[in-house]
Write a protein that binds this ligand. Structure first.
Ligand SMILES: [Zn+2]
Length: 287
């Protein structure tokens, strides 16, 4: 059974650790994250971007696969299935498809429009027991080869959105998606402290968890971050392990071309990355 992310994140906030959101792309990814969460006895959030949802042929397919996998693998740790950076339409589609958590990313709208759309989605989601993440201050990242620095959210705007009854809030604090550039200035802890104070202790979300140094992660958790999104790092470790297998010529030995063999090293690499993150975030044995 899937659960909303509200309870697990309140527990994380009160217990001073963070729950990882690991984005999934296919069956192997989903299986790797679920297996690791169970082995680590950790709560987990499976993130699905709109692009990944489309890739997996739609949100209904994703929800059906995840629910069936949780059941057949006897996964007993809390699992939330969460839409990552959802549009207004995507959020509604995921509510219909049976997701247990949604993010509505209205950060590109003027604040009044972000407020109006978030309000409507909170009402719809909460009627169904689904948790809602909203975003203020867009999170940077690579777009068409240009790396944005990552905006720092305005604490007053954060409070305005937090007061709409959302369950957790993503606020830009200089974090970005994808790999961090060499000249990255680091997280803005001053801003994080102000946002934490202004929003009355709502669980905060740190996007772009790939490549943020461990000490900055720990400090962010101490300042109210209860959910950390990991996506690129699993992609990099999957790609590296798969490349190694091919470069060693293993796909040409015996039945090494069998997809169940070919994808096995990447699967194990995702598991290792997820385990490492759960240890860093402190969510091991918190199920
Ligand atoms: Zn993000």
């Amino acid at each position: 059974m899937l659960v909303s992310a509200t309870e697990m994140l309140k527990k994380a906030r009160d217990g001073h650790y963070a729950v990882g959101q690991f984005n999934i792309n296919n069956l192997e990814w989903t299986k790797a994250v679920l297996f690791t969460a169970q082995e680590m006895n950790s709560p987990v959030i499976l993130g699905v971007s709109e692009g990944a949802g489309k890739y997996m042929t739609g949100y209904k397919t994703v929800a059906a696969m995840v629910k069936a996998m949780v059941e057949t693998l006897n996964i007993t740790v809390p699992v939330a299935l969460h839409l990552d950076h959802g549009s207004y339409e995507g959020a509604k589609a995921c509510l219909e498809a049976g997701f247990s958590s949604i993010m509505f990313d209205g950060s590109h709208y003027p604040i009044d429009e972000n407020v109006a759309k978030t309000t409507e989605l909170v009402k719809l989601a909460h009627e169904m027991g689904v948790s809602v993440e909203a975003e203020v201050g867009s999170i940077g990242g690579e777009e068409d080869g240009v790396v944005g620095a990552g905006e720092v959210a305005d604490p007053a705007e954060c409070k305005r959105i937090a007061d709409l009854g959302i369950d957790f809030l993503a606020a830009g604090i200089g974090n970005i998606h994808g790999k961090y550039p060499a000249n990255w200035k680091g997280l803005d802890f001053d801003a994080l402290g102000k946002i934490h104070e202004a929003t009355g202790g709502i669980p905060l979300v740190l996007h772009g968890g790939t490549g943020i140094p461990a000490d900055m992660i720990q400090k962010a958790i101490s300042l109210g971050v209860s959910k950390i999104n990991v996506n690129t790092e699993c992609q990099l470790s999957f790609a590296a392990a798969t490349r190694e297998y091919i470069e060693a010529g293993k796909d040409q030995q015996g039945k090494g071309y069998d997809p169940r063999k070919l994808l096995a090293p990447g699967f194990e690499a995702i598991k290792a990355t997820v385990k490492e993150k759960m240890e860093l975030f402190g969510s091991v044995n918190k199920a």
